[in-house]
Ligand binder design. Structure first.
Ligand code: FAD
Length: 441
């Protein structure tokens, strides 16, 4: 588990060790009724409650000095609607468990992000996404939710039943309700062919939008101080397409030694000797590449991430891609120190959520990282100026400095979100300092 609780005086910190807190107590409810009862009691007594998923947000969105609730004992598949392919999963379910739960029904998640450690409700709360212009992030898949409200009531909602509450809760930031279960629109199980290869950055930038439209799932990594992009193109195949997976030995070499172990050594060396970063990045851009394999979709979407880092990610309108990337590249190369971690560029379809980072428009995502053993704040603020100058939307679970005034300007429906929140949680049972900052509550 990413977060650790130490008994006596409770303490909590997230995966990246960028957020920590001292909850008054930690509760592991086992049933919807347990959750409802603890919310009703906390609201009546004016105490704070925060559900923590897998603590994989980089921000302090999940931090609390009140009661910390973990839904780790409330995981699993509740129901599958065979006719529609909709699957209802409990809020605490880890994404890593979903493929095995859906497989007996011939179903799969349509898309996934880079990792699968998150809880389903945590992924929804922050609008977690993968890549591909034909696919939304997790909140775009939700058709129905079962919620425990701060007053202790349990309700269901959908586009037709309590639609305003449904809209607010789909990307709820943990500020609207405790998500007990969510129904997701799934797809027939499929396999993916992955082609990963380095190529000249200039060509990737010129063709990225066009190629994103023509591919199922395209993304690229740019290693700062190099002219190389590592492109990753995943193509959807039928469930019975021949498998050609990465063998266990080469998975060990590529993912563990190069992707994690050797990369950790490179980052550590770069932190001690920054002048070594540009040559190390050139070496990495050439070495960590060129693979072609086919596997079950969830095994291709997800990779192990063991090198700890801090991350900022902004979403911008797809049309702004080339201009923003150019400015981002200049900002990174103009920074006073070389940067070891690659920039990741992905896309998403528009969705119809209120607070999703792709709400209302096709989007491009730029993710900027800093090795966890190096100070991140000054660097991230330096590059953030590029994103905010273009009206970018920060990922709710990744580091950013924005407040409610700015966010209201980039989310046209944020007023409706806060109006629902004000009614549902007037005493702020679910709030914490992060949510007060971003919502102005
Ligand atoms: C290594 C790494 C890789 C990542 N890759 C991606 C990626 O590819 N794409 C992407 O978009 N993001 C990515 N993220 C970010 C991550 O997906 C989000 O921060 C996500 O919210 C983490 O889920 P969690 O379960 O850890 O939630 P937490 O961080 O524990 O909580 C996040 C929010 O969800 C709320 N919450 C949790 N459970 C509930 C519930 N049951 N009801 C109501 N609210 C709840 C919390 O209160 C909090 O407000 C990555 C993060 C890391 C560390």
């Amino acid at each position: 588990m990413a977060h650790q609780f130490s008994r006596g005086s409770w303490s909590w910190s997230n995966w990246a060790a960028s957020a920590s807190s001292r909850p008054t107590d930690v509760v592991l409810p086992r049933s919807d009724a347990d959750v409802a009862a603890l919310l009703a009691r906390a609201t009546a007594e004016g105490r704070r409650v925060k559900v923590v998923g897998a603590a994989h947000s980089f921000t302090d969105i999940a931090a609390t000095d009140g009661t910390l609730v973990s839904l780790d004992a409330m995981q699993g598949l509740e129901h599958v609607e065979a006719a529609t392919g909709e699957a209802t999963l409990r809020g605490g379910t880890r994404l890593s468990a979903v493929a095995a739960l859906l497989a007996p029904h011939g179903l799969a998640l349509p898309n996934m992000g880079d990792i699968d450690r998150q809880s389903l409700a945590g992924a929804l709360a922050t609008a977690t996404h993968g890549t591909g212009l034909g696919f939304t992030g997790f909140p775009g898949l939700v058709t129905r939710m079962r919620l425990a409200l701060p007053d202790g009531s349990i309700v269901t909602c959908s586009a037709t039943e309590r639609p305003e509450l449904f809209q607010a809760a789909r990307v709820g930031l943990g500020a609207i309700a405790v998500v007990l279960a969510a129904t997701l629109r799934c797809v027939p199980a499929f396999r993916l062919r992955a082609v990963e290869a380095p190529e000249p950055l200039e060509g990737m930038v010129e063709s990225f939008v066009e190629r994103s439209a023509a591919s199922d799932h395209l993304e690229f990594y740019w290693f700062p101080h190099t002219g190389t992009a590592l492109g990753k193109t995943n193509t959807r195949l039928d469930a019975d397409a021949p498998l050609d997976p990465i063998g266990p030995l080469s998975r060990l070499v590529d993912d563990e030694l190069l992707g994690n172990g050797a990369f950790a050594l490179m980052c550590a060396a770069g932190a001690k000797l920054p002048a070594a970063i540009p040559p190390l990045n050139r070496f990495a851009a050439k070495t960590l590449a060129a693979r072609d394999y086919t596997d079950e979709s969830h095994r291709v979407f997800v990779t192990a991430r063991r090198v700890r880092f801090r991350e900022m990610e902004y979403s911008l309108p797809l049309e702004a891609f080339a201009e923003v990337f150019g400015e981002l590249r200049s900002a990174i190369e103009g920074y006073r120190e070389p940067i070891s971690f690659p920039v990741e560029v992905r896309t998403s379809a528009a969705d119809d959520t209120w607070m999703g980072t792709s709400a209302g428009r096709q989007s491009v995502y730029f993710a900027v990282h800093r090795y966890a053993r190096q100070p991140h704040q000054e660097f991230l603020e330096h590059v953030e100026r590029v994103f905010t100058a273009h009206g970018g939307r920060p990922h709710w679970g990744k580091l950013h400095s924005r407040n409610a005034g700015y966010l209201a300007g980039v989310y046209p429906e944020s007023g409706r979100f806060t109006a629902v929140r004000d009614v549902i949680d007037p005493t702020g049972t679910l709030l914490n300092p992060y949510l007060r900052r971003v919502l102005g509550a």
